[in-house]
Design a protein around this ligand. Structure first.
Ligand code: KIV
Length: 287
């Protein structure tokens, strides 16, 4: 079978023009990245949602650059032929354009991702421009931006009032005008997201932003039923990994306790001709 071919930014733009939707997921580790590449996902995001999905934090704010880089490296190894986006964690770009370029550059140099994503609209335009000027590919992210959920009053859908929809449209136009290659809308009404997707020439993807976006993103831990702390309204669960894994662990525990595991087929035996020598040892060291 031919190896899968990684999509380029030109192919992704062409897919938008041709109305071909793309599917992407988050991934945080090597095995999941392998499954995703095998399953034919178009893009993978190593999201700072790893803070909740992998480390058990309450939100994304504590996530560090070091954690993001390590997880991007694992995903890159697992999915060498898939377009991978690294997610810039809180305080890796908020303070200055210089910080933003240096940290974005680390994602490329140390983890060989294909693009980076950062949260915010007009207020991060100079960061987006600086990263683009350094030759990198940028995905903007507006709507529900978890790193600033405190300012948003919680993890709440955005663009549900005329004023909030106007702010989203202006942010989206500014991000396209700055030169970003993609835009991600999170938790936005479908009518607003659909308008932005049609209005912009760059691909506009959605997570919780309805069916009219140019592609859909979901958090892999939600999709496979692994993350249990809460489930946003926009999630569709395609599997019950938590149920499957817990049942397997329970069965293993019961087998060990009743002596049913390990069985004969799980045992190594001494090499042929070594039994007599071992009986000697038993005699020598036995009580
Ligand atoms: O970190 C992440 O997975 C994200 C998505 C929720 C968009 O930023």
């Amino acid at each position: 079978m031919d190896a899968k071919k990684k999509l380029s930014i030109h192919e992704l733009a062409k897919m938008k023009r041709e109305g071909r939707k793309i599917a992407w997921l988050t991934a945080y580790d090597y095995p999941t990245a392998r499954f995703a590449e095998e399953a034919g996902l178009d893009l993978l995001l190593v999201g700072d949602s790893l803070g909740m999905c992998v480390y058990g934090y309450e939100g994304t704010v504590p996530v560090t650059m070091e954690q993001c880089i390590v997880h991007c490296q694992a995903v890159r190894r697992g999915a060498p032929n898939t377009f991978v986006i690294g997610d810039m964690p809180f305080m890796s770009y908020q303070q200055s354009d210089q910080d933003a370029v240096a940290n974005a550059g680390r994602f490329l140099k140390e983890a060989m991702v294909d693009a980076i994503k950062l949260e915010g609209g007009r207020r991060v335009i100079s960061r987006i421009r600086a990263i683009l000027d350094a030759g990198m590919v940028v995905c903007g992210h507006i709507g529900l931006t978890p790193q600033s959920s405190g300012q948003l009053g919680g993890h709440k859908a955005q663009g549900r009032t005329t004023e909030s929809a106007r702010a989203l449209i202006e942010d989206a136009l500014a991000i396209e005008e700055a030169g970003a290659q993609f835009l991600l809308l999170e938790a936005v009404p479908p009518e607003v997201a659909g308008f932005i997707a049609r209005r912009l020439s760059i691909p506009v993807y959605g997570i919780g932003a309805g069916p009219e976006c140019d592609g859909q993103l979901l958090i892999v831990s939600d999709l496979i039923g692994q993350f249990q702390a809460f489930t946003p309204k926009f999630v569709k669960k395609y599997a019950d990994v938590a149920g499957v894994v817990t049942a397997a662990m329970k069965a293993y525990t019961a087998d060990v306790r009743k002596g049913a595991f390990p069985a004969e087929e799980h045992c190594y035996h001494m090499l042929e001709g070594e039994e007599a020598g071992f009986r000697e040892l038993e005699r020598k060291y036995g009580k």
